[in-house]
Design a binder for this molecule. Structure first.
Ligand code: F6R
Length: 257
């Protein structure tokens, strides 16, 4: 692997420290490009938020340079807020549109996110899980970690066996989302998320965490007891997971080294 990646020996999840987030973004984007070249019909699991933004930037640049096509790919995003109108600028669909979809040749009908205002959210969630299964599962899932240990919107208390479902958002998740919504009162209280089992069924999982605001949750992800209290600890169960952290996010990992 890349010399710019310093592996933390003995960590409970294969963990790589990078000097700058750009290095990790490039490594993950390169892996996705390589996957798309060997398997043009790959099924990608996507995330939104600050963490993966540079990976999309790299993928868009690679596409522009003629280095990769998503024409035959399928994507499933981890999650979507409920109770927002379709087309609301705060939906994850709009975010994906802006950061990735409109810059590449992915067919719109192959870019899946749960609906944000479905008539029957439980049924929508059930069908989303079935659609992932019908595609043969996820080849590679990109993942960020919430400051409370959530992966997707699997908040503390989520079961290891959970599938795609309707969830209530945790207060930390909602207060972190004020950045996008402007005011807490505007942040939705519910969402649809892939479950922990759905995520762990992906054939590869690539997790990113950057900045000092993630240092405590990175420490807990690697060192806390594996439990629903911190859902990201379940990533230890995966056979092909890699965690990439910058120096700030790795600041509390002296014990893990
Ligand atoms: C996003 C998602 C969330 C985020 C997490 C970190 O689709 O499912 O789990 O990955 O909240 O968010 P950022 O990257 O904004 O710090």
């Amino acid at each position: 692997m890349n010399a710019a990646l310093e592996r933390i020996e003995g960590a409970s999840i294969p963990t790589f420290v990078v000097d700058t987030r750009a290095i990790a973004e490039r490594v993950v984007a390169d892996e996705i490009v390589a996957l798309m070249r060997t398997r043009p019909t790959a099924v990608l699991g996507l995330a939104t938020g600050d963490t993966p933004i540079g990976v999309y930037r790299e993928l868009c640049a690679a596409h522009r340079a003629g280095g990769v096509s998503f024409a035959r790919a399928t994507t499933f995003n981890l999650d979507e807020y409920l109770d927002l109108d379709a087309g609301d600028g705060a939906t994850f669909r709009e975010w994906m549109q802006e950061q990735f979809f409109r810059h590449v040749d992915l067919a719109r009908e192959n870019a899946h996110l749960p609906e944000s205002k479905p008539a029957d959210p439980n049924l929508t969630a059930e069908r989303y899980e079935a659609a992932i299964t019908a595609q043969g599962g996820l080849d590679l899932q990109i993942l960020g970690i919430g400051r409370n240990g959530h992966i997707g919107f699997n908040e503390p208390g989520s079961s290891r066996d959970s599938c795609t479902r309707v969830v209530r958002l945790h207060e930390v998740t909602r207060s972190d989302a004020v950045r996008a919504f402007g005011a807490l009162a505007r942040v939705p209280t519910r969402a649809i998320t892939m479950g922990i089992a759905t995520i762990l069924d992906a054939r590869r999982v690539r997790v990113l965490a950057f900045g000092a605001r993630k240092k405590e949750i990175v420490r807990r992800t690697l060192l806390d007891p594996r439990s629903s209290a911190c859902p990201s600890t379940f990533l230890r169960d995966h056979g092909d997971v890699k965690l990439f952290v910058d120096r700030e996010a790795a600041a509390l990992l002296h014990h893990a080294r």
